[in-house]
Design a protein around this ligand. Structure first.
Ligand code: HEM
Length: 504
């Protein structure tokens, strides 16, 4: 009996605290103790992003949800998203569960870091990458073209074994390694060309991909109940995640060790050509630095590997997917290629601004594919007011990109794939419309890799369409345009038929 009274007391306490906390907060469904709104979410279907979109219809553009023990506020319109994500109070990150183990409980790297550590690491890393060649006009095109050539050559090899006509190729494994190498050439320098180093990097990229897949259910469980990772490590994906983190940290350490060894034998060029080498210089300049250490380098290496690979790979797969399912769009892109680049010349980044249709196709692909379907969670570091609502400290904000990208108040016939919606009447890409599609986030924590991701996607897409016609594999159904959704989303594995373009 006493136990029953105690439980009733806890229940009352839970709801009193809930109502006090959210008295002036956004609306949302009533949570249950311990599980929050998880049960309601699960009962709304297997696709959480669609369940979230349905909740926004009921509760409005800003609403709250409790997932396990964590409070979230969702932004379901572009206005709400921009207003929430650009607040200075919304620059935090909450690190829990396996993410905490990823960094051994330390504030480190960029993606999961906060405060001064985040600011310094982000600034140093991207300033250094720019200095090494991430800037437009500093060799990045050659690096992207070099990687793209591997893809085009592998398609040509598949075609030459067949002679003429169409050949079916599997798109899923095509881009992951080449797109990651574009960024990692700057992290590792020419070491990436060494067969052993190259093979080791490829192994890490695959492991990271396997880990990303393992987390779609695991990340949700980890967020809701961080202690579960110790009780059911397999179900939460902890085993794969920890193996991946340890392997990446080992690789980063080996890279630093190799550079130091070469420095000792003075066989290393004095002119550092990699992020790793410049990082060592930074450590040597200030050996007592709390921010530049072997451990912190491991975190940076891991952040860059995980942020650059899966996302850009999924985006490129989506560009190929929609080129196949929307053949008329593919032909319009080809027309633009012939008119602006010609069939014999190499695509350069300068061509991009002269090709508004291709650009609008890329934007429309972003709108439909929702590569990061909730953006990343930002933790509120200080209570603030937005409209009539108070957002309490320690809440996390998330974006409901499905509702934002298919908002009928903004997009006419939102479910249709129509690149021209991004074009002004004079045929140029509309600046206003572009601002409504935010696949890389907004504000000070927005993706710092946006430019390189877009350049890579542009050069790969244009070179592939310039060389080959892409079509549905004869006798097969068109590939599904529904994405599989996890932390990032992307197409289900699919094949396309390719054939050489007749060059006039
Ligand atoms: C199509 C490809 C990509 C997409 C869609 C994408 C999207 C995103 C998104 C939505 C975020 C979270 C922003 C936020 O917290 O509000 C993010 C963060 C980040 N991205 Fe990307 N990204 C892509 C490619 C890249 C590349 C190529 C790099 C590296 C060169 C990169 C590096 C990062 C980093 C370091 C962060 C963390 C930023 C921070 O916390 O301050 N991303 N990305």
């Amino acid at each position: 009996m006493l136990v029953l009274w105690f439980l009733i007391f806890l229940l009352i306490l839970f709801y009193v605290r809930h109502f006090i906390k959210w008295k002036h907060g956004p609306p949302g469904p009533l949570p249950l103790p311990l599980v929050g709104n998880l049960v309601q979410l699960i009962m709304m279907g297997t696709q959480p992003h669609l369940a979230i979109a349905r909740l926004s219809k009921k509760y409005g553009d800003i609403f709250r949800l409790q997932i396990g023990t964590q409070d979230f506020v969702f932004a379901s319109s572009i206005e709400a998203l921009v207003n929430l994500y650009t607040r200075d109070e919304a620059l935090g990150r909450d690190v829990y569960g396996t993410l905490l183990d990823r960094s051994a409980g330390q504030n480190t790297g960029i993606i999961m870091a906060v405060g001064e550590t985040w600011e310094i690491n982000r600034k140093w890393t991207f300033k250094t990458l720019n200095r090494l060649g991430l800037r437009k006009g500093s060799g990045i095109e050659d690096s992207i073209n070099e990687q793209c050539d591997f893809v085009v050559k592998s398609c040509e090899t598949a075609l030459s074994t067949r002679g003429t006509g169409w050949v079916a190729i599997d798109v899923s494994p095509m881009f992951l390694i080449p797109v990651t190498k574009v960024v990692f050439r700057l992290v590792m320098g020419d070491r990436i060309d060494d067969a052993d180093n190259g093979a080791a990097l490829e192994k890490l990229i695959y492991l990271s991909e396997e880990m990303a897949k393992s987390t779609s259910l695991g990340a949700g469980l980890d967020a809701a109940f961080p202690f579960l990772r110790f009780i059911v490590p397999k179900l939460t994906g902890r085993n794969v995640q920890m193996k991946c983190y340890t392997s990446i940290r080992d690789a980063a350490q080996k890279l630093l060790d190799a550079i130091r060894l070469e420095q000792k034998s003075s066989s290393l060029n004095d002119d550092p050509k990699s992020l790793a080498h410049l990082y060592i210089q930074e450590m040597d300049n200030d050996p007592s630095s709390a921010l530049f250490s072997d451990f912190h380098f491991g975190s940076l290496y891991m952040d860059l590997l995980q942020a650059a690979s899966d996302t850009t790979n999924s985006y490129l797969q989506c560009l190929i997917l929609f080129s196949v399912t929307q053949r008329s769009c593919q032909e319009k892109i080809y027309e633009e290629i012939v008119n602006i680049i010609g069939t014999c010349n190499r695509a350069t980044l300068e061509h991009r601004r002269l090709m508004p249709y291709t650009e609008s196709f890329m934007l429309e692909t972003h709108r439909h594919s929702k590569i990061v379907p909730t953006l990343l969670p930002h933790k509120i570091t200080k209570e603030f007011t937005i409209g009539k609502y108070i957002i309490p400290q320690d809440t996390q904000i998330l974006a409901d990109i499905h509702s934002v990208n298919f908002d009928e108040r903004i997009w006419k016939n939102p479910m249709e794939f129509d690149p021209t919606r991004f074009l002004d009447t004079d045929g140029s890409v509309s600046k206003e419309k572009r601002k409504l599609c935010v696949p890389f986030g907004v504000g000070r924590r927005a993706c710092p890799g946006e430019s390189v991701a877009e350049w890579t996607a542009f050069i790969f897409l244009v070179n592939i369409i310039r060389s080959f016609m892409l079509a549905v594999v004869p006798g097969e159904n068109p590939p599904m345009t529904e994405m599989h959704v996890g932390i990032t989303s992307g197409p289900h594995p699919f094949k396309v038929a390719i054939s050489r373009r007749e060059i006039n």
